[in-house]
Write a protein that binds this ligand. Structure first.
Ligand code: GDP
Ligand code: MG
Length: 176
């Protein structure tokens, strides 16, 4: 609660979802406030970005981890999940398979992540209205079935990105 939350504690937050859904672009937009078109698949490895989010006058330190290509081979290591406090599960609203794979990602998450991990479902690329193949209601329905919050975001325009990370930070603070 408010009196016991430790502001020095770092909350490991990880980005999960199929290759190409916009995980790296989301993080770049959140961190640098810009959109750099093109994929970020050249470097292999896992990197992180530190962000401090103000929640009700308290600082929540997020350490946000991004994979670089491992998701393509489903070789995201189980250690990646193990010590995560929060997880953004992302699909692309213009890519049906990326949405259909959310259940498979959830199965993996339930197998390897901590039981009380904070999860949020994001439908990214909301700026691409003409190419949309996953309806907003489908995302909402899936999220409701799985008992997790949901938002549509755009790494291009930045819409809902601050809001999504703020919601995660708020939930982390409440669970502490
Ligand atoms: P990752 O593999 O999940 O890390 O996805 P990337 O961040 O590399 O993005 C894959 C492709 O989608 C790149 O060409 C990005 O420029 C593009 N992209 C990512 N997010 C968005 C978005 O919100 N809107 C649009 N229009 N393109 C995006
Ligand atoms: Mg990436």
């Amino acid at each position: 609660d408010k009196c016991t939350y430790d502001e020095n504690q770092t909350q490991k937050t990880i980005l999960v979802g199929d290759s190409g859904v916009g995980k790296t672009s989301l993080l770049v937009q959140y961190d640098q406030g810009k959109f750099i078109p093109g994929s970020f698949t050249s470097t292999v490895g896992i990197s992180f970005t530190n962000k401090v989010v103000d929640v009700d006058n308290l600082k929540v330190k997020l350490q946000i981890w991004d994979t670089a290509g491992q998701e393509r081979f489903r070789s995201v290591t189980h250690a990646y999940y193990r010590d995560a406090q929060a997880l953004l599960l992302i699909y692309d609203i213009t890519n049906k398979p990326s949405f259909d794979n959310i259940r498979a990602w959830l199965t993996e998450i339930h197998e390897y992540a901590q039981k009380d991990v904070v999860i949020m479902l994001l439908g990214n690329k909301s700026d691409m209205a003409a190419e949309r193949v996953v309806k907003t209601e489908e995302g909402e329905k899936l999220a409701k079935e799985c008992g997790i919050p949901f938002m549509e975001t755009s790494a291009k325009t930045g819409v809902n990105i601050e809001l999504a990370f703020h919601a995660v930070a708020k939930e982390l603070k409440h669970r502490a």
